[in-house]
Design a protein around this ligand. Structure first.
Ligand code: SF4
Length: 167
């Protein structure tokens, strides 16, 4: 269990912008979806510029982490899994909290899948980012490229991005 950290201590705690406990848009089936703060990619045409700053949004607290675990295990509304987007969940400043969250999902939420959207390409991930990828089911990678935008694409905005079904 992680130790309590001050909610004002932004440099130590991941921030997030939105949490949707019941979401049918971001990934297959009914899901819990978390949009985290922080992204370095600065894609032209980004629809979510307000999430770029790592210290935007609100702190991702222990209570939020516990709530996501509880929501995934809620039998009244069955969730297929967890979607992680942003911002960028693989921003180096987010990796420790994301790793802790998905390690708990793996241990405590049997049968739930984890989808993650990142602006990094899978072949340029650091060792720490790859630790996260080892625990997820599907990675959608790459920056959003406006010239390659195609509304017909599923789960991705531009055709350079790839939906990697990892396991
Ligand atoms: S990776 Fe996503 S959030 Fe980051 S700048 Fe690109 S489109 Fe925006």
């Amino acid at each position: 269990m992680r130790t309590h950290r001050s909610p004002t201590c932004h440099e130590e705690t991941m921030n997030y912008h939105q949490y949707y406990p019941v979401d049918v848009v971001n990934g297959p089936g009914t899901r819990c979806t978390l949009f985290v703060s922080g992204c370095v990619h600065e894609c032209r045409g980004c629809y979510n510029k307000s999430t770029w700053r790592l210290d935007s949004g609100v702190p991702f607290t222990q209570a939020m982490e516990d709530r996501i675990i509880a929501d995934l295990n809620d039998t009244r509304i069955k969730r297929q899994g967890l979607s992680l987007s942003g911002g960028d969940p693989l921003h180096p400043g987010n990796v420790p909290d994301i790793l802790r969250l998905i390690t708990r999902v793996r241990a405590e939420c049997q049968g739930k899948d984890i989808w993650l959207w990142t602006g990094y390409r899978i072949d340029e991930l650091t060792a720490a980012q790859r630790e996260v990828v080892e625990l997820i089911n599907v990675l959608i990678d790459g920056k959003f490229v406006q010239d390659l935008k195609d509304p017909a694409l599923i789960w991705r905005g531009s055709s350079n991005q790839v939906v990697h079904h990892l396991r």
